[in-house]
Design a protein around this ligand. Structure first.
Ligand code: AMP
Length: 219
């Protein structure tokens, strides 16, 4: 199964992808995670990208497209299928993706759109905490860790992303509305779009996904 997870920041794409990749043989590829890794390692790409990420703006299509196509060419993507989380985010990125997947003979099966209310987005983003070591996602009230500030999975320190602070969140939502939301129509016209509710909690949405996968013949 080859999927794109589409939706605003805070829709729960990363959290759901984490659950799905543990239960199904599907690779989770997040451009946000790849970029944060590059920032952490202080690579050239990381240094360039950080300026845009801190402002809640999009990094250049070239940078993210290169990162994703490298991953797609790997043996794992072919063998197990994948979920793209946070990519594509512009029509140009969608076209680059389509070309890359055609070349690799791995066409997309579905684009799952997480339709999410603004109230949910704000609550999720302001309360989100991430493990510095393993990347596990928590939320101060929705998915609290057993011990405050500590990751349940690996004992690492939890932190708040710089771009999850109020001023940047507003801009990320604006950027989503201006540059990414048109992909809903784009994929709808291609009859590839399936809508789910991003307002559901992790477990409820997982049940919806299980149904979608069952219908698609994926165990
Ligand atoms: P995310 O973790 O998906 O919320 O992404 C965090 C930030 O990384 C975004 O606000 C952008 O600055 C950058 N980013 C992630 N994915 C992309 C993409 N596909 N195109 C451009 N910038 C991206």
């Amino acid at each position: 199964m080859r999927l794109v997870l589409l939706g605003p920041p805070g829709a729960g794409k990363g959290t759901q992808a984490g659950v799905l990749s543990k239960n199904y043989s599907l690779m989770h590829m997040s451009t946000g995670d790849l970029l944060r890794e590059a920032v952490k390692n202080n690579t050239d790409v990381g240094v360039q990208a950080k300026v845009f990420m801190d402002r809640g703006e999009l990094v250049s299509d070239e940078i993210v497209a290169r990162m994703i196509t490298e991953k797609l060419k790997g043996a794992d993507a072919k063998a197990s299928g994948f979920m793209l989380d946070g990519f594509p985010r512009t029509k140009n990125q969608a076209q680059i993706l389509e070309q890359a997947l055609t070349d690799l003979k791995m066409p997309l099966d579905l684009v799952i759109y997480f339709k999410t209310s603004e109230a949910t987005i704000l609550k999720r983003l302001t309360g989100r905490r991430i493990c510095r070591s393993c990347g596990q996602i928590f939320h101060i009230t929705n998915i609290p860790p057993k011990t405050e500030g500590i990751c349940d999975v690996c004992g690492g320190e939890l932190y708040q992303r710089d771009d999850d602070k109020k001023a940047t969140i507003k801009n990320r939502i604006k950027v989503y509305n201006e540059q990414t939301s048109e992909l809903i129509d784009y994929y709808n016209q291609k009859k590839m779009l399936k809508e789910v509710s991003g307002d559901l909690d992790v477990g409820e949405l997982y049940s919806v996904f299980k149904d979608i996968f069952k219908k698609a013949g994926l165990k």
